[in-house]
Design a protein around this ligand. Sequence first.
Ligand SMILES: [Zn+2]
Length: 83
Amino acid sequence: MVDALINLIDAILGNPVVLSILAGAAVTYVASCVVKPYKICKACNRSKESHSKLYKGAFGPCRACKGAGHHVRVGARILGRKL
Ligand SMILES: [Zn+2]
């Protein structure tokens, strides 16, 4: 069972077509992270605000993104891009 899985992975990684597709996808992702390093904060949907459920009208900075309205993408964080 494990041998079959290793053979399958070996066959995939040994295939130049699959490798070039994977490399292309990786290059595209890295370029995308350089040009567009952020993703929308799903908690506040870029409003940067966290509204109180208990007190109507009360709100503060979004706790998920700390009031930024966005998150830094994982790839961008790995590349060392700040903000
Ligand atoms: Zn947020």
